[in-house]
Design a protein around this ligand. Sequence first.
Ligand code: TRP
Length: 382
Amino acid sequence: MLVCKITCLTGEVPEQTCRSAVAYRDVGEGREQEAEASPARIAARRRSYRMIFCNNWVSAMTKAAAEDYAFYQVVPGDNSFQQEVIDGLSRQPRCIPPKYFYDRDGSRLFESICEQPEYYPTRTETALLKQYADEIAAVAASDCHLIEPGSGSCEKVRHLLDALQPAAYVPLDISCEFLEKAAAGIADDYPWLDVHAVCTDITTEVSLPFIPEQADAVMFYPGSSIGNFDPDDARAFLACLANISGAGGGLLIGVDLKKAPEILDAAYNDANGVTAAFNLNLLRRINRELAGDFDTEAFAHHAFYNSARGRVEMHLISERRQTVSVDGHIFEFNAGDSIHTENSYKYTIDEFQTLAQQAGFTACRVWSDNDDLFSLHYLQVA
Ligand code: TRP
């Protein structure tokens, strides 16, 4: 079960939990060419940024240079991946939390899913953001702190920044390396914007003390990621987002709509097999990081729309009888046995607004495309 505990603590963070360092990132060519490059060229493509490693969060940073951004990283400090995989595989039905899809390869594969012709959500939502950026800016407070949980490549927010003119952009993502690059790109391209990137698991406790108490917080949660929570967890997560936003705050959220099952089945079974590769990458990651011996050829991606439950289900199906070992634990699979890896719930506009109301939001505006594929809601904290 995914339970969000994002909090917006403003209290003091104990000094000893943090270490801070100025680091450099390479812009352009890699380090190996440095020996031949002139000092001026090195300076031009190595820019300083501040990295703050913490168990909890530290105070604000002020931008020294236009391209600076703050990067905060939770010290993962535990073996939760190992524990959750062992627990999930020991359970019936077997399941693994979807957040573990997103290692570096997984994040890349997900970007590629978003570009597949059958996967309509990304391009439909992007078109809505472009088309309605001004209307969105008219309802959301300018000068707000724009917080994006699960920011991925930070591509979608680009369609909002010029119209919205937020005071700061706060991307949160579980894939640190990916986040670092994406946040650096935003800091470079929007020199007027403060960027605070937070590498964290958004389903655990996160505090954002660098956000001033009087600031309006607007949450941005695109991609229909809300559909990846079961409805009870989705309600709890939305309530957390309402809590962070506080009075005067809001939530801009993308929600995939209910539609003909054939469209959904195609979207999660792209002909290029990218979604299948993404699903199977979870087993590769387990092999790599947890000394697993999954035969990835002996599991198959299986995704279908379960209309009774209003969700697309993603499974990995064992194609034969086999024994798998993960970190010394043994798991037996029969042919046809499933590991349930993801759900993607679909909502009508009314269903979603009801859920959001139960979580403490009031519906303010909703935009959707002409084919009623996807919806974009702006909700205010009630
Ligand atoms: N939020 C996306 C969705 O539900 C995530 C997603 C798309 C996904 N394709 C996937 C997750 C395939 C796992 C597997 O549409």
